[in-house]
Ligand binder design. Structure first.
Ligand SMILES: [Zn+2]
Length: 91
């Protein structure tokens, strides 16, 4: 099944959703504040059942206000994808 959504790092293969089995896994960025400092949460989530993977927290001294800059950051994407792919058993 073809999806219009283009993964940011296509060569990085994402495991299917552990709940519904979907392979439509997407990247999400959220801005937050920790101790008055700007921080970002990254996560992969399942487009079909809306479950979220582990959140990767990134604190930065630099404010990134440009949403597309955040959403296109391959470094952040890779961290979120690796967290998503982590399972208790690696089978
Ligand atoms: Zn799912």
């Amino acid at each position: 099944m073809a999806s219009k959504y283009k993964p940011l790092v296509p060569e990085l293969e994402l495991k299917p959703c552990p709940y519904c089995g979907s392979s439509d896994i997407r990247f999400s960025v959220k801005t937050t504040t920790i101790s008055f400092e700007r921080a970002y949460h990254f996560t992969m989530y399942c487009w079909d059942c809306n479950c979220y993977g582990p959140r990767v927290l990134h604190k930065t001294g630099r404010h990134i206000d440009n949403r597309s800059e955040l959403e296109r950051n391959t470094d952040f994407y890779t961290q979120a994808a690796e967290a998503w792919n982590r399972r208790v058993t690696n089978d």
